[in-house]
Design a protein around this ligand. Structure first.
Ligand code: FAD
Length: 318
């Protein structure tokens, strides 16, 4: 299998990569495979699979009281990528998060991945748990993604967290991290966010994939600021086509991003669901073409398990 950084170094032309969300618990692998199969026509060099922390829900009892339940809503990312790799022989990149886990548990996850022969990981902190306003690490957990990157690099040198492991086998894992063209919502300002991004790169991150954005100028400014701050690793832009009018509210709220007014105007002019969907496709196509003209190495498409629009875009742009 191949490391993402080697794919980036060796590719002679820009390519499309994709990101999937695992299906909800209660479905089987057929739903997962149905979201992967349409993407295979593009021979994606890699496909990412997101990772989700447990959620807290209050379930109503017959007597009117509620029971607090901690629920894993989706099958594990490791199970998803293992099943997809066996079936399709495509490079899968699992996301691993710090949230809700001790350092030792995160390390074990990386070791499991190494046993599966997986050479790529996207190292993320994750968001606050349901009901919490701010992210809080577990008592023995990582507070920032940079700490996870450092742990993985230690493993790559045979250095395990468990001090009783002697002459540990060195893993061989390529690490991607997240970047935010419109700033991470907790960061005081863009400069400090980019300094924190630099910590991840200094800790050993091989490349960056960005949060979605709808105004390419934000991405170009971000890349320029990263380069000025001494970040030299490849930066892959992340794009998502808007597909419903509701996303005008949902995306800024969930991802702390802006939707430019000309796009809002176009979406509001659209009279039907189909017309909204088409506006989303055309905006994303225009963004993709412009990014390619500016020499990006790849474009990472957030599919959110819906692939029709993404396939149209990749077919027309690449
Ligand atoms: P960090 O790099 O730790 O940064 C978080 C905040 O802390 C930033 O404001 C940063 O400026 C600040 N910071 C970082 N280091 C320090 C430091 N040493 N001192 C002080 N401040 C610091 N979430 C999921 O739950 N599952 C996923 O699969 C997932 N996939 C994603 C994929 C991509 C490409 C992106 C862009 C995001 C993804 N997310 C995912 C969301 C991500 O987990 C959240 O945005 C989270 O809030 C921050 O994660 P991070 O890895 O960027 O954190």
């Amino acid at each position: 299998m191949s490391k993402v950084i080697d794919i980036l170094k060796n590719s002679t032309s820009p390519f499309a990569s994709f990101e999937l969300v695992p299906p909800l618990k209660g479905s089987d692998s057929s739903k997962l495979f149905a979201s992967i199969e349409p993407l295979l026509q593009f021979c994606p060099p890699f496909i990412n699979v997101t990772c989700h922390r447990d959620e807290v829900e209050y379930c109503a009892n017959e007597d009117g009281t509620y029971t607090r339940m901690v629920l894993s809503k989706r099958p594990s990312t490791i199970a998803i990528i293992a099943s997809a790799m066996i079936k399709y022989n495509v490079e899968m990149v699992p996301h691993v998060i710090c949230g809700g886990a001790s350092r030792s548990k995160v390390e074990s996850e990386i070791i499991d991945l190494n046993f599966l022969g997986i050479e790529n990981v996207m190292a993320l902190r994750g968001d606050a748990a349901t009901g919490q306003r701010f992210f809080q690490p577990e008592p023995d957990g990582f507070a920032h993604a940079s700490e996870m990157v450092e742990m993985i690099q230690n493993l790559n040198h045979g250095k395990y967290l468990d001090p009783t492991v002697r002459n540990g086998v060195a893993t061989n894992i390529c690490v991607g991290v997240a970047g935010y063209p419109e700033k991470h919502y907790e960061a005081t300002n863009m400069e400090s966010d980019i300094q924190n991004l630099r910590r991840k790169v200094d800790a050993g991150a091989d490349y960056i994939i960005t949060q979605m954005f709808f105004d390419n100028q934000c991405f170009y400014n971000f890349v320029a600021q990263c380069r000025e701050a001494g970040i030299t690793v490849p930066i892959i832009p992340g794009l998502k086509p808007i597909s419903t009018i509701k996303q005008l509210e949902l995306l800024p709220r969930s991802f702390h991003i802006d939707i430019p007014q000309p796009l809002v105007n176009e979406l509001q002019k659209a009279k039907t669901k189909e017309a909204v969907y088409q506006v989303g496709i055309e905006w994303c196509e225009a963004q993709s073409r412009d990014l390619l003209a500016h020499g990006v190495p790849a474009i990472h498409y957030y599919t959110m398990a819906k692939t029709d629009n993404i396939c149209k875009i990749v077919n027309s742009v690449f």
